[in-house]
Design a protein around this ligand. Sequence first.
Ligand code: FMN
Length: 686
Amino acid sequence: MLPTMKTADQERDTSSIAQRFKVAVVQAAPVVFDRERTLEKVHILSGEAARKGARLVLFPEAFVSAYPRGLDFGAVIGSRSEEGREDFRRYWESSVDVPGPAVDALSRTARSHSVYLVVGVVERDRGTLYCSVLFFAPDGNYLGKHRKTMPTASERLVWGFGDGSTMPVFDTPFGKIGAVICWENYLPLMRAAMYAKGIEIYCAPTADVRDSWIASVRHIAVEGRCFVLSCNQFNLRRDFPTDYRSAFGDDPDAVLTRGGSCIVDPFGSFLAGPNTEGEAILIAEIDRAQIVRGKFDLDVVGHYARPDIFQLHVDERPKRPVTTHSPEPSGETGPTTPTTTDTTTASQAASSEDRMICTRLTERFGIRHPIICAPMALVTGGALATAVSRAGGLGIVAGGYAGTLGGEPDLEAELVRAKPGKFGVGFITWALARAPKMLTKALQHSPLCVFLSFGDPRPFAAEIRDGGAALICQVQFLSQIDMALEADAAAVVVQGTEAGGHGGNRSTFPFVPEAADYLRQRSPGTLLIAAGGIVDGRGLAAALMLGADGVVVGTRLWASAEALTPKAHTDKAIGKTGDSTIRTKALDALRGVPWPQEFSFRFLKNKLTDEWADREAEAFRAYGTLSAEYVQARAQNDLDTLAVTCGEAVGLLRNRPTAESIVNSMAAEAASLLRYGGKLKCTSQS
Ligand SMILES: Cc1cc2nc3c(=O)[nH]c(=O)nc-3n(C[C@H](O)[C@H](O)[C@H](O)COP(=O)(O)O)c2cc1C
């Protein structure tokens, strides 16, 4: 959503926002081994920086909550002490889960001060710690992370190595922002990779206090023709616990880290610092025009490169130590038919690690595949949500009509079923407005997200945020996106008319890129998810190419083993073509379900639609006359009257496999197609 709470200074400079703005480098000491108090310090210092006009605030390496300078963790070659193990445990306790409560706290800090926040943290991924940098947008959205790829010397004892999948550069209204941590900056090829991504605001959180470091950051600024923000801690022995067994003795006034933070322009000149005096917030005004002036004579990944001699290949695929191979579903997506000489099917071609596609969606929710199971009323219970999440997607339990329709599954029981894994909960918004307590009850189960569709999400936004859940808003028209942004949605799902169930009349193919452009302008931190007609890896790959961060899948998972869908419904649907569904408002009118006028309902044509689909006005005049008959039809599974709810993608269904096999094959096929796409020959006209 758009930044809130601007300082007076910020208000003044919004007209020149893209060219000139202020940045801050915070040189301070964390509250060592105390994550919560360190987060408070981040909040306070970010506020100070914002009041000084900064739009981006950078904190040092491993700030939350310690760069354990001087600790040896009781290790020598061939032996580790019990005390050293305890030191590691204490360090681990104070580290940060991503995502997790500390990330949520940092989001709140970014939002309340309306700044881009870039913070060094010690990230905990089960038994391994990583030295990471987290990025947040002024609307509070967590943008992603960079894990240090190369810890130095004794750091390797306590920090793992990040792989190539977390080297982001974010395109923001203030230019392209990325981070390279401490001595990673001495990897010339990593610098080249960042230059190739177009980095403009080069954040260099560090722990190096040597004069040679200052020379390095000036060099990088010149080499990359970018602004370098070098940020170190300033701390004294007294900033560490008294029982800290460091090599630096016990003099409380001894300086352990002397700072040296500075801000350098693309010509190597200092705009602020270096400061070795004490804790400080360094502020500098960035003039982005300097970047282009600098590129005039030096662009090391452009006119100053010699790719005929030197080339760099960067592998950004995530590397997982353990990958589970699941049996492939037998042909449920039909044959994959690439239109070139590549004749292997997607699932054959995809090796295990190539099955992963990392996007902002996978990052945001810590999932393996950018696939969300739609909260389908009467269909997505706890079993389906769990199966999708286990497979690496994100399952969203349907709260449907919030109990107002009658005959819906017991939501609380379904949420309990979903609870062992990651899960969200979804509601039809206009129905939730009639039974708002259902949201309160659902939030007590701590869902990761709340998915709202068909109505105004704003009245529920505060409760969802306070409940610790991310808000995902599904929209059917471009004009509804602003409401989602005002509700501070973490993600907007744009639903094409192809979708099963209720929806609007926009088509997925033009709707997704239009929404991508819209969000890029207004709220670049908000994720975009595509829905409607996405049934296999082809749909997923296409959605990503259209600008989405992931997809919501309904119809395909409606016909999965774990769905609550009656067998008679999928038996009737499988084998039908996409021509056999219809979108109409007549049924809701006849059965007396008060859907807002802009939404229609897609389901399989049947006797009822043969009779009524073309007579919507008449159906509204006969409002509710079919109500009792419809309830009876549901009890008797009378499919001549009852809606078999699925989308146009029904024409691609062949069977009813497990959700796990659907998610896995979708991800594998998309990865294979995207790889294949990268090999297409693109020739110039000449
Ligand atoms: C059986 C069924 C029930 C649905 N129920 C809901 C619902 O309760 N709330 C909602 O937001 N969307 C619902 N949807 C729409 C989905 O959220 C999603 O937009 C759609 O399924 C995506 O298109 P697809 O069906 O082509 O995959 C439903 C879809 C289906 C097929």
